[in-house]
Write a protein that binds this ligand. Structure first.
Ligand code: 8YV
Length: 312
């Protein structure tokens, strides 16, 4: 049987690439020098796309793939996919939910601890030999503090449980109140005012772009720390840098950025920010489970079976 032609929009790990190469005629759009020539050559045959959570498949690209049937996202976030367009054009979309929830929540809770206890600075302090001259300055406890979670989905809930285990109080903001015991704030500004840690765990995309703006940061105030493990687009990064520089907020712990992998030097220069290279789901175990979902969803689709994790 002929292998279905598939377009790869992102660099993929070997454990995903190998099964894809075995089952499909893969065309590496991400690394292609002449992307236009690649599309002119094979665009009309392409039946599937594989992309990462942080990558984009713009309508202008999809319009050049008249036989596209499925987009399989190697990630839970599909804000890079024009889902309405896909629905209207009968293109199915899949992602990799659940398997990464615990790792991403671990990363959020690590960022809370790293920022509150100043652990990165403490590590640098020791390595620089400063301990020999005196003790490291005192930090802040998390116990009793309020974690305000923005977006109480699967990942938000997993973060809430972890932070409760650290003795924190939890409240949340989202589109709707949920059947949970944590306090609901229908106003993000009010949640930011109350919170010691404002933790962004909502989807990215147009609907949440710059949801955390200068007003929210001002409400979070000097007692507050912003944590973002969701998408850089949710936070106005320029406003955040200004807030960190001026002391408007106490600190930030970020795994995601507006223009990854570019991180503004001004942000890197902020000593009150802990910055990670989008590693929330980055463990051997989780990335392999995500890869298996990508492969299994594609196999289900091309085998005429129901998708395991359909978005649409
Ligand atoms: C990954 C992500 O970094 O799941 C997502 O939405 O952004 C991350 O888990 C990415 O998709 C893997 O390349």
């Amino acid at each position: 049987m002929d292998k279905a032609p598939v377009l790869l929009l992102a660099p993929l790990p070997e454990f995903l690439l190998q099964p894809l190469l075995a089952a499909y005629e893969c065309h590496d759009y991400f690394h292609a020098k002449d992307k236009d020539a690649l599309l002119a050559g094979v665009g009309a045959q392409i039946r599937g796309i594989v992309m990462a959570g942080g990558s984009v498949s713009p309508v202008a690209l999809l319009e050049r793939l008249p036989n596209l049937q499925i987009i399989s996202v190697f990630g839970v976030g599909y804000d890079g996919v024009p889902v309405d367009w896909c629905r209207a054009h009968g293109v199915r979309v899949t992602n990799t939910p659940d398997v990464l929830t615990e790792d991403v929540a671990d990363t959020a809770s690590a960022l809370v601890l790293m920022t509150s206890r100043n652990l990165i600075m403490a590590n640098r302090f020791l390595q620089a030999g400063a301990w020999l001259k005196g003790p490291f300055p005192l930090a802040h406890a998390v116990r009793g503090k309020l974690a305000g979670i923005v977006g109480l989905g699967r990942i938000g809930k997993a973060i809430a449980h972890r932070l409760e285990a650290h003795g924190m109080r939890v409240a949340y903001h989202g589109r709707a109140r949920q059947d949970v015991t944590w306090d609901y704030f229908d106003s993000l500004l009010e949640l930011a005012k109350a919170a010691d840690f404002l933790i962004v765990a909502c989807p990215g995309g147009a609907a949440t772009r710059h949801l955390v703006n200068v007003d929210v940061l001002a409400a979070l105030g000097a007692k507050g720390t912003l944590i973002n493990i969701a998408r850089g687009s949710v936070v106005d990064e320029a406003a955040l840098i200004a807030a960190l520089q001026s002391g408007m907020i106490r600190g930030a712990g970020l795994d995601v950025f507006e223009n990854e992998p570019q991180v503004p030097q001004a942000l890197m220069d902020c000593e009150n920010a802990v910055l990670l290279p989008h590693l929330g789901s980055g463990t051997h175990e989780t990335r392999r489970a995500m890869a298996a979902l990508v492969v299994d969803n594609l196999a289900a689709h091309f085998g005429g079976k129901a998708l395991l994790t359909p978005v649409c």
